[in-house]
Design a protein around this ligand. Structure first.
Ligand SMILES: CC(C)(COP(=O)(O)OP(=O)(O)OC[C@H]1O[C@@H](n2cnc3c(N)ncnc32)[C@H](O)[C@@H]1OP(=O)(O)O)[C@@H](O)C(=O)NCCC(=O)NCCS
Length: 322
């Protein structure tokens, strides 16, 4: 077999990279048929690869064997401080015929990323591609996050609510603001250690005051012993910047937020709120439902799989240096 050759990604590589991405997506859809069929075609895959390659400060690598492209990798930075000095490989940013080639691709691409000072690396990878995930593990990555996908609930599937649920009202804004802070506060602690800064109560109240009537978001609250103890928000998946291209199933509803006040966790309110969003997605005419969670969040990483969400993409993370 001829030797593997690795060199920086160039614009001319886009069509061949798109073929590899379309193949990867066809394999992915065998495990996850709810993902969009669109990217099984090289034309749609090419649009996604081109966007990845043309993003600001994008760079990457290609692997060739006998002159044929067998793998590619493209990353670009996000500006939010939450991610540190970073490079992100999004859903269209990698594919390989030979998973082992991904280690060579990373070695070349990361040399430049680290030299540029971008030491926090994030890679969105198909969850079922065990060999590719293992290749990433063997260049120092671990799982940070999961994207979950599920079909609409079947008739009779949803359990009887364990707490009562209703649509949020303006009078709920003080507790909705408190619940918005409960999630980042929980995730700032061990073992998540998220860098996201919780908003102040004042900021959260202000946002709810402005956004409460936004028709693009549907908010439910859970009530127990006459007190609102939790909330969940449903919206179109397009509202989320974290689920793009191949990671954005067509016409999907999104469980975009859920939190239960600390003293009321474990009573079944999270399940009931999640199921309210599933029922809402079915009534609204969505074809599937997506959510995502930090895998180090011991609460959500149990609650959402228990609700039937299966991992579709995993976000892997490596921080270079001490
Ligand atoms: C995640 C959260 C909304 C879940 O709400 P909750 O009321 O605590 O959850 P529930 O009591 O409904 O439990 C949900 C499921 O998780 C399962 N679960 C809970 N604790 C578990 C544990 N220790 N081990 C295994 N499964 C567990 C429950 O069994 C339940 O599944 P089941 O109904 O099939 O039995 C809530 O814990 C929370 O607010 N956490 C902090 C904020 C957060 O993480 N929000 C989600 C961000 S993605």
């Amino acid at each position: 077999m001829s030797r593997l050759e690795v060199r920086p990604f160039a614009a001319d590589d886009i069509p061949a990279a798109a073929e590899l991405l379309a193949q990867r997506h066809r394999r992915h859809r065998q495990a996850q048929p709810l993902l969009s069929p669109r990217y099984e075609h090289a034309s749609a895959a090419e649009e996604a690869v081109r966007a990845a390659a043309e993003a600001e400060h994008a760079s990457g690598a290609v692997a060739l064997r006998g002159g044929a492209l067998v793998g590619y990798l493209i990353g670009s930075p996000k500006t939010s401080y939450t991610w540190g000095e970073n490079m992100w490989v999004e859903a269209a940013g990698q594919a390989a015929d030979e998973p082992e080639a991904m280690r060579e691709l990373y070695a070349l691409a990361a040399d430049r990323w680290v030299a540029e000072g971008r030491k926090a690396h994030y890679v969105l990878t198909p969850a079922d591609d065990v060999d590719l995930v293992r290749a990433w593990f063997r260049v120092g990555f671990g799982q940070q996050h999961a994207h979950g996908l599920r079909a609409l609930p079947r008739p009779g599937e949803l359990a009887a609510p364990k707490v009562s649920i209703r649509r949020a009202e303006r009078a709920d804004i003080p507790v909705l603001a408190e619940l918005d802070i409960a999630l980042p506060e929980h995730q700032a602690r061990t073992p998540v250690f998220s860098a996201a800064r919780p908003p102040t109560l004042q900021e959260s109240l202000g946002e709810w005051g402005e956004d409460f009537d936004d028709p693009d978001f549907t908010t439910f609250v859970a009530v127990h012993d006459g007190e609102v103890i939790g909330s969940a928000v449903g919206c179109a998946l397009e509202k989320s910047g974290s689920h793009t291209t191949l990671a954005r199933p067509e016409n999907a509803g999104f469980l975009g937020f859920a939190a239960v006040l600390p003293h009321a966790r474990g009573l079944g309110a999270g399940r009931t709120l999640g199921e309210a969003v599933l029922a809402w997605a079915a009534e609204t005419g969505y074809a599937s439902v997506v959510t995502d969670w930090r895998v180090t969040n011991l609460l959500s990483s149990r609650a959402w799989p228990a609700l039937g969400f299966q991992e579709s993409f995993v976000r892997l993370h490596r921080l270079v240096g001490y």
